[in-house]
Design a protein around this ligand. Structure first.
Ligand SMILES: O=C(O)CCC(=O)C(=O)O
Length: 384
């Protein structure tokens, strides 16, 4: 996996005022791995500021602070584009086959797609449309919601954690807490006018789908159907509406670098026109090709722990491209902060002793956000 943050050669540490020409490799004795590109070539007349939202401008050149050193670049030509992430038809009348397919996918890929999941396609289309409209709002409107404080429950931000990272990511995102809805919705964006209504409806349906998947995943582990839902307690639900603008140099950067999800289960609504999600499998990056109407599901760190390491919370990343912007909407089901997490008692035996110690989600989540995205798997810090 990626080296620790300290190994990153900060492109933004290059001398200010020294412009780099996009696409040109310039040999630098101190930073031989760093491709230099034009800094500050932000279109739309905007001045490049330290943490400017990407979605407020058109970018013809890429600021150096987004450029990864050679060893950390996505190497897009090596990505396997025709591999298959398992697809599960949730409307199949053969429940045992569905449970078994989900169990296999959690073990082998940590990812699967679901079709016939019960969320109406017109709602999915409306979610993507209102999300896109949100990112098209004027800069002044978006500036009202901007924050780089990860503790804020409603915030529009950029990259991942601009306060900590040395190299930034080619992404803006709106992060919303979603449960209980009546507590958070009043503070959600009221522009576009239909945002609150469409997103609230989606949040309710996605939560229900998550609980149905919990039941199937519990059964696939040989646990009672209600085990995961009960163990996770009164769950929080968060949403990240991701916007990845067209990028002049997709080979040099990420929308999101490799990471695992700290929560229990993630349900991702992807742009069905533009690919960008990639999953690590057998040492290779596999592109997840969008299937119209399908949702992408992945196991988060908490289900890897609960399954005592049988199911995998795998590394995944989002890459960007030069001709199309891309969007995704990630819904995260998160355990209640105070419940005790760790391997399910039934899955701990003499032959398979506990791989992880017990802890609270509060402890885990704080640890996750205190680090950089591309460090070692956070669960490694909770091994017995
Ligand atoms: O945009 C994507 O495809 C991936 C998003 C993701 O991994 C995240 O929001 O954590």
């Amino acid at each position: 996996m990626s080296a620790s943050g300290s190994a990153i050669i900060a492109a933004d540490a290059l001398p200010p005022g020294e412009p780099y020409v996009a696409g040109q490799l310039a040999a630098s004795p101190q930073q031989p791995d760093t491709k230099r590109v034009v800094v500050g070539g932000v279109g739309g007349g905007g001045m490049a500021t330290e943490h400017q939202l990407l979605s407020t401008a058109v970018h013809e050149t890429m600021p150096g602070k987004y450029v990864r050193p050679v060893s950390q670049r996505p190497r897009l030509t090596e990505v396997v584009s025709d591999a298959c992430i398992p697809v599960v038809d949730l409307a199949s009348p053969d429940r045992a086959a569905v449970v078994s397919a989900i169990g296999d996918a959690c073990r082998t890929h940590g990812f699967f797609q679901v079709k016939n999941h019960g969320i109406d396609s017109t709602l999915l289309t409306a979610v993507m449309a209102v999300a896109r409209d949100f990112f098209r709002l004027p800069a002044e409107e978006k500036a009202k919601l901007y924050s780089d404080d990860p503790a804020r429950k409603i915030r529009l931000s950029t990259s991942f954690n601009v306060r900590k990272e040395t190299v930034h990511n080619w992404r803006d995102y709106l992060r919303l807490h979603c449960y209980p809805l009546d507590q958070f919705v009043p503070d959600w964006p009221s522009n576009p006018a239909s945002f609150k209504e469409i997103m609230s409806k989606y949040c309710v349906e996605v939560r229900e789908l998550g609980f149905r998947l919990y039941a199937a995943i519990s059964e696939s582990l040989g646990l009672e159907e209600g085990y995961i839902k009960k163990t996770m307690g009164e769950q929080e639900q968060h949403m990240a509406v991701n916007f990845y603008p067209q990028c002049p140099e997709p080979e040099l950067t990420y929308g999101l670098p490799a990471h695992t999800d700290p929560n229990a289960l993630t349900i991702l609504l992807m742009d069905d026109q533009v690919a960008g999600l990639q999953v690590l499998n057998g040492g290779k990056w596999i592109a997840v090709n969008p299937q119209p109407g399908a949702l992408v599901i992945n196991i988060g760190d908490q289900l890897q722990a609960l399954s005592n390491g049988k199911y995998r919370s795998v590394w995944h990343r989002a890459v960007v491209n030069s001709d199309r912007e891309r969007m995704s909407v990630a819904s995260f089901l998160c355990p209640c902060n105070s419940v005790e997490l760790g391997p399910a008692a039934k899955l701990v035996t003499e032959e398979s002793p506990a791989v992880y110690r017990n802890y609270t989600y509060d402890e885990y989540y704080n640890k996750f956000w205190s680090r950089n995205l591309d460090q070692e798997h956070c669960l490694e810090l909770f091994r017995t």
